[in-house]
Design a protein around this ligand. Structure first.
Ligand SMILES: [Fe+2]
Ligand SMILES: [Fe+2]
Length: 198
């Protein structure tokens, strides 16, 4: 067994039984995953609500509503996991409640392509996040959390579909796409980092 540890990567403690102070146990690492995913799905749900508030009656309304419905299902999955495993939700939910809606409504006000650009940026980061998380979970839990691992991968695939839908609806043709997308990606990564820890 590899007993060498690094503190640089607290997401994947190789040997949680003999961890150093400050490192996460396997249980803590898995709880952190559920906490951040719950926060992410909560934020995504609010982004789509913000978009629907502005664009619900438009040509793109039904497409956004369909993605919003899937986000509601994702959120329910993590709400159930939070309850079943008694995980403390992030203290930042009130912030994501507001920030998600403002991001969704704000980009929708900039136009339908900007709204789709927002979806591309957020979903790309979230899809990467789920893929990485599934790998880490497999590494630290082996087969013990197989169902959770499958959940990460299944939801990650649906996020990928959301990104593809947004690309199909012209998101990459939004004015100032690179700047808008870069900013939203950075913000999403920061939100992930914070929600894992707070
Ligand atoms: Fe989602
Ligand atoms: Fe999504």
């Amino acid at each position: 067994m590899n007993t060498k540890h690094t503190t640089q990567n607290p997401e994947s403690p190789k040997d949680p039984e003999s961890r150093r102070p400050g490192q996460l146990t396997r249980k803590q690492a898995v709880e952190r995953m559920i906490r951040v995913d719950h926060a992410g799905e909560y934020g995504a749900h609010r982004i789509y609500q913000g978009q629907l508030a502005i664009m619900g009656g438009s040509h793109h309304g039904p497409v956004i509503a369909e993605m919003a419905e899937q986000e509601a299902e994702h959120l329910k999955v993590f709400e159930d996991l939070i309850a079943q495993r008694r995980v403390r939700p992030t203290a930042l939910l009130p912030i994501w409640h507001l920030a998600g809606f403002v991001l969704g409504a704000g980009t929708a006000l900039m136009g339908k392509r900007a709204a789709m650009a927002c979806t591309i940026a957020v979903e790309e980061v979230i899809d990467e996040h789920y893929t990485r998380q599934a790998g880490t979970l497999k590494e630290i839990s082996g087969d013990r959390d197989e169902q959770l691992c499958e959940t990460f991968l299944r939801i990650g695939e649906e996020e990928q579909q959301h990104r593809d839908t947004a690309i199909k609806h012209g998101g990459r043709q939004a004015p100032g796409y690179a700047l808008l997308s870069g900013g939203i990606r950075k913000g999403t990564r920061l939100a992930i980092w914070l929600s894992e820890r707070i």
